[in-house]
Design a protein around this ligand. Structure first.
Ligand code: UDP
Length: 238
């Protein structure tokens, strides 16, 4: 079952259910992909058809942001829970001991540093890494195919990562992909995830804003989200 929010169909799953869906997609080896979407991505893709298609073509659409969970409730179709991209990825790695992961994105050196930590913590194999500021996409795709990865974490920021997954699903050698934003920065130790109290109070976004004031413009744009949800609610009533 899924829940439609501004035209994007979110899978109504718990974290463990999301992981089992992903495990099944890994086995299929069809270049399937997961998006971890929040209000910002929904708003940004309203006027970007390519990014919108990348979002709506995903095989698994997870509610990464708390505002998505709140909107679902307001629309009368509550989601079971928030499935943050980073929690999803970590639980997936836990269930994938011995599998091959390729880490794509972030600044030079970050994916390698993250890979060392993740391999040790989860017993996964890091089959390759690549920073996210490359110019030759074909060379990157070749590297991914040669690595024979089972899973590719695409951490290029939105909507670039979603577009990368849509456009290249036939070119990655069949691995399962997940778009995960700034996760590599956290796993490498360069960026801290919000303390548990912020997460429990549903204020992870505020912690990220305090740590990175340059995100202010992104947060301000979110004022358009609630009116958009109200419009959807009115439209659904008629
Ligand atoms: N990034 C990248 N290539 C680019 C632009 C961004 O690899 O061309 C990386 C950036 O270094 C960061 C991640 O993408 O590691 C985006 O992080 P952000 O915090 O914006 O994502 P969020 O978690 O908010 O979706």
């Amino acid at each position: 079952m899924n829940v439609d929010i501004l035209g994007v169909k979110f899978d109504n799953v718990t974290l463990p259910q999301a992981v089992s869906r992903a495990l099944a997609l890994i086995e299929k080896r069809g270049g399937h992909y997961a998006v971890t979407a929040n209000a910002e991505i929904l708003l940004n893709t309203e006027y970007n058809a390519h990014a919108r298609l990348a979002l709506t073509s995903a095989d698994l659409t997870l509610a990464d942001g708390i505002s998505i969970v709140r909107a679902a409730k307001r629309l009368g179709h509550p989601l079971k829970e928030r499935v943050a991209g980073i929690d999803f990825a970590q639980s997936l790695m836990q269930a994938c001991t011995g599998k091959r992961f390729f880490l794509l994105g972030a600044k030079d050196g970050v994916a390698e540093a993250a890979g060392e930590r993740l391999a040790e913590k989860y017993g996964i194999v890091i089959s390759g890494t690549q920073h996210g500021y490359y110019t030759d996409e074909n060379a990157v795709l070749e590297k991914i195919r040669e690595s024979e990865a089972d899973v590719l974490f695409v951490c290029l920021g939105s909507p670039r990562q979603e577009i990368f997954m849509l456009d290249n699903r036939d070119k990655v050698g069949g691995c399962f992909m997940a778009g995960l934003g700034g996760c590599l920065d956290v796993w490498s130790g360069r960026m801290k995830r919000a303390p548990k109290i912020f997460i429990a109070l549903k204020l992870e976004w505020l912690y990220r804003l305090i740590r990175q004031p340059s995100r202010l413009g992104r947060v301000v744009k979110l004022r358009h989200f609630t009116p958009a949800i109200k419009r959807q609610r009115r439209a659904e009533k008629h």
